[in-house]
Ligand binder design. Structure first.
Ligand code: ADP
Ligand code: MG
Ligand code: MG
Length: 210
C-alpha cells in the first residue's frame, strides 16, 4: 500500500471503536486500580460519538481531524478526551486539505498530533501515561519507514512498540493524571491510557494490513 485515504482513516477508527467497546471493561478495570474506573466507558462513549459523526464522510484529512478531535474533546468526559482530541485535531491540521497521504506524510501528521498531545498534557516519557505507548509506536513507525518498509510493515512495528510501551508502564510510578495522586502505590499496574493507545495502533496495523 502506497497511500492512506480517508476510507483508511475512517476504517482505522471503526476498528479502534470496536476494540475499546469490546475491551471497555478491561480498560475500566485498569483505571479502577489507579484512577477513577471510567477509562473504558469514556473511550467507548467517545468513539461511538466519533463514528456517528464520521457517517458523514469528510472529504479531506483536515476536516476528518477536526470532526474526530472536537467530538473526542466534547464527548469523552475525562482527561483522555482533550488529549486524544488534540492528537486528531493536530494530525488533521498538519495533513491539510488533502484526500490522501503518502506514508511519510502520514507519519509526519501522526508526529504532529503527538506533539500537540505532549504540549497539552505536559507528560514526559516515563510518567506512566499514553505517551509511553505512543512515543515508542511513532519512533518505530519512523524507523521502519526510514528502513524502506511499506506502511503495513511499519504499522505492525508501531503496534508492537506500543504494546511493549504499554507493558513497560506497569512498574512505573505515575507522575501525571489521577494515578499520580497515588504516588508509589501507582506502581504495579498498567496505565489505562497506554492500554487504549496500544489498541489505537493495533487498529491501525489491522487496517493497513488490509
Ligand atoms: P480521567 O483520569 O480524567 O478519568 P481517563 O480515565 O479517561 O480520564 O484517562 C486516564 C488516562 O489519561 C491515563 O491512564 C493516562 O494515560 C492519560 N493521561 C492523564 N493525564 C495525562 C497527561 N497529562 N498527559 C498524557 N496522558 C495523560
Ligand atoms: Mg479515569
Ligand atoms: Mg474520570
Amino acid at each position: 500500500m502506497a497511500t492512506i485515504t480517508i476510507d483508511h482513516l475512517v476504517s482505522w477508527l471503526e476498528a479502534f471503536r470496536g476494540k475499546v467497546a469490546d475491551q471497555a471493561s478491561y480498560l475500566t478495570e485498569l483505571d479502577s486500580a489507579i484512577g477513577d474506573a471510567d477509562h473504558g466507558t469514556n473511550m467507548a462513549r467517545g468513539m461511538t460519538a466519533v463514528m456517528g459523526k464520521l457517517s458523514d464522510k469528510p472529504e479531506a484529512v483536515d476536516a476528518y481531524g477536526k470532526t474526530v478531535g472536537m467530538t473526542l474533546v466534547s464527548s469523552v468526559g475525562g482527561t483522555s478526551g482533550p488529549l486524544y482530541g488534540t492528537f486528531f485535531l493536530r494530525l488533521g491540521a498538519a495533513a491539510g486539505a488533502v484526500a490522501e497521504l503518502e506514508a511519510g506524510e502520514f507519519a509526519a501528521a501522526l508526529r504532529a498530533g503527538f506533539e500537540g498531545l505532549l504540549a497539552r498534557g505536559k507528560a514526559e516519557p516515563g510518567d506512566k501515561t499514553m505517551v509511553d505507548a505512543m512515543g515508542p509506536a511513532l519512533d518505530a513507525l519512523d524507523a521502519a519507514l526510514a528502513d524502506g518498509a511499506d506502511l503495513a510493515h511499519a504499522a505492525a512495528s508501531a503496534r508492537d512498540a506500543a504494546a511493549a510501551g504499554r507493558d513497560a508502564t506497569e512498574p512505573l510510578v505515575a507522575r501525571k493524571g489521577r494515578a499520580s495522586y497515588l504516588g508509589e502505590r501507582s506502581a504495579g499496574h498498567i496505565d489505562p491510557g497506554a492500554a487504549s493507545t496500544a489498541m489505537l495502533f493495533e487498529a491501525l496495523a489491522e487496517v493497513l494490513e488490509g
